[in-house]
Design a protein around this ligand. Sequence first.
Ligand code: UDP
Length: 240
Amino acid sequence: MKVETRDKLYEGKAKIVYATSRPGTVVQYFKDDATAFNALKRGTIVGKGVVNNRMSAAMFERLERARIPTHYLGTLSDREMLCRRLEIIKIETIVRNIVAGSLAKRTGLEEGTPIRQPIVELYYKSDPLGDPMLNDDHVRMLSLATPAELAWMKRTALRINAVLRPHMRTRGLLLVDFKLEFGRAGKKLYLGDEISPDTCRLWDRQTREKLDKDRFRRDLGGVEEAYQEVYRRLVEGTHA
Ligand code: UDP
């Protein structure tokens, strides 16, 4: 694929987005930088950018095969992905299958408690506000998305869960929860951003060992090794 990278449009905590020579597209460049707790904790996870880029590509390809529209257009290199340019909707959509993280804190339920019917939560994508939780009425009040868009996002988030959860299970991983971002291009909505151990909680199916960014957030050690293990299972497909 011949695409030239042009001006930097945006630099976030883990990625840089560049304009390209092809109209309507951007390049996502995946860095090794890691942050947690609204950037209060910072560090580097060696090789993370490659894992996140390659895993996201593999998951987007799988979703496209299930007719879920994503911004993914192709892989340019180990750290660069060509994507459709989206107007990102300022909502983080979270799907949960097992209690963990903020849900454990908010409900008092023990981490690891199974959730019978997967749940969807919405958060306001706002660094100054620290990503507060929203409901549909808040989304309408803030004009973040139309009711039709929001309904589509929630339905699509559950469809994505229904594709990824069983797939990961066959590779020995429990998909505990994950974060999605959607955006508009023309009249259509697409899944954007990334699907990686930065944005998913992934536990080993047998041992329940954490194989995701919680190793970094909670200083559990073995962070790089966990990302490499996820790469082996979900990108190379080597899992007995
Ligand atoms: N998550 C994310 N970005 C955020 C917040 C959450 O990717 O800004 C992901 C997180 O990795 C986990 C899921 O969303 O897979 C649910 O996170 P939770 O609400 O439990 O928040 P946390 O415990 O990470 O603060």
